[in-house]
Design a protein around this ligand. Sequence first.
Ligand code: IMP
Ligand code: MG
Length: 178
Amino acid sequence: MESVILHGKIFKQFISSGKIQERISVLAEKIKSEMNGTEPVFIPVLNGAFFFASDIIRKSGITCEVSFVRVSSYSGTQSSGTIKNPVGINSDISGKKIIIVEDIVDTGETLLYLLNEISKHDPAEIKVASLLLKPSALKHEVKIDYLGFEVPNDFLVGYGLDYDGLGRNLEDIYTLEK
Ligand code: IMP
Ligand code: MG
């Protein structure tokens, strides 16, 4: 689809599902070569990272655990800047290698919060996989080990990203028409 309408706003195609899958295959190979044999714990961040996590974890093909967390810092098309929901991290991650899986890093607030929370459980190491990064929106210094694409500071939907609940199930990523 070239464009979609969500809550009356027009979004146009920005990254095709073919390009997304191609890039994820590259990241999955990197994870495989760095993590194989170590049985890491993938921690996907709900709801947005659900599709990315599903694809990258399967493509990596490694023996691993998967444990979801939920954080929400977004309402409408602007980051609200506050972490509303607490996370549910299991404490059995101590001594294990962690890979946080995010859909998008915007201000970096969510990721910083998660890094702090997860390190309290004494993991062996924490790596970060994010499909998207908005470098010009970053307010915190965060390191992303497995990054899909750098994107401009525009509002995106699709492939897990939503606009007030809609658009997560789109296979491509779309940008808000200005
Ligand atoms: P941060 O805490 O500002 O880095 O925001 C991270 C979270 O905000 C992501 O996990 C997304 O759920 C959401 N988010 C950031 N940018 C967008 C966007 O362009 N579209 C939809 N959701 C977004
Ligand atoms: Mg998210």
